[in-house]
Write a protein that binds this ligand. Structure first.
Ligand SMILES: NC(=O)c1ccc[n+]([C@@H]2O[C@H](COP(=O)([O-])OP(=O)(O)OC[C@H]3O[C@@H](n4cnc5c(N)ncnc54)[C@H](OP(=O)(O)O)[C@@H]3O)[C@@H](O)[C@H]2O)c1
Length: 245
């Protein structure tokens, strides 16, 4: 089975759907069964294999309970840790408690989840762990300190896991998206600021959510058997360029 966190919508949904279309039994995750239900039905209606894993990345006990039950019933060979909350407040409005909370959901929870699936992967000598970071892990912008720190840490965690788990037949890689036109970004991308961001992209357009799928499929497949500790950037060339004229 392939567990994709945060897959009720956005990039998580697109990656989960692509894995299901490629034949995987996917486990969709989010905080609400009601929001996951239509997605599961859509996959089942297409004859694909899908199940539900309802837990909040911020609730470690709930995560352990739910993943424990799933592991008792089957095996998780692929984990895509996609949940990444964002706090766009400036430094003066961001308390240390706010900072710690976001690091907890975006970074600590990813480690906790990896720890839950790793024993089975080690036992079977096979596993694929993919963490969704961001180009913001390397390219900072004002007003997202906790998010940038969390994503930077997640990128470093990927390398640490890659170094330590490869001997057990497991690979760990990251996908770093650029500007994707997900629901979460809709308002910002449709604003004048959005137009400026779009002009910053060499392709002069934002990515469609579906355009993340190839990276996930590749890293989860045998085609990536020797790819380990890598961050696959999917940003239309943003991070390869300085300012566009
Ligand atoms: N979109 C972009 O342009 C972009 C750029 C760079 C990086 N990324 C990264 O890509 C990932 C996905 O981004 P996205 O734009 O697709 O996000 P999104 O549209 O906001 O999707 C969030 C998904 O995560 C679930 N979720 C949120 N918080 C959760 C939590 N604490 N526990 C469990 N599920 C949770 C939501 O479901 P419920 O609300 O039902 O729980 C939903 O399915 C994130 O890590 C983000 O940082 C995105």
């Amino acid at each position: 089975m392939a567990l994709v966190t945060g897959s009720a919508r956005g990039l998580g949904w697109e990656m989960a759907r692509a894995l299901a279309e490629a034949g995987a039994h996917v486990l969709l995750n989010g905080r609400s069964a009601e929001r996951l239900e239509p997605r599961i039905k859509e996959l089942h209606a297409a004859g694909l294999k899908a199940g539900m894993a309802v837990f909040d990345m911020a609730d470690r006990a709930g995560m352990e309970r739910e993943v424990g039950a799933l592991l008792a019933a089957g095996r998780i060979d692929v984990l895509i840790n996609n949940v990444g909350e964002r706090d766009r407040r400036a430094l003066n409005a961001l308390s240390t408690t706010d900072f710690e909370r976001l690091i907890d959901v975006d970074l600590n929870a990813a480690f906790a989840l990896a720890k839950l699936v790793l024993p089975g992967m080690i036992e079977r000598r096979y596993g694929r762990i993919i963490m969704v970071t961001s180009i913001a892990a390397e390219l900072a912008v004002p007003g997202s300190a906790s998010y940038i720190a969390a994503k930077g840490g997640l990128g470093a965690l990927v390398r640490a896991l890659a170094a330590e788990t490869a001997v057990h037949g497991i690979t760990c890689n990251a996908i770093a998206p650029g500007f994707f036109h997900t629901e979460a970004n809709d308002r910002m991308f449709s604003s004048p600021a959005g137009e400026r961001w779009q002009a910053r992209v060499p392709m002069r357009r934002f990515a469609q959510p579906r355009e993340i799928a190839g990276a996930a499929l590749f890293l989860a497949s045998d085609a990536a058997s020797y790819v380990n500790g890598h961050t696959l950037t999917v940003d239309g060339g943003v991070s390869a360029t300085f300012l566009m004229p």
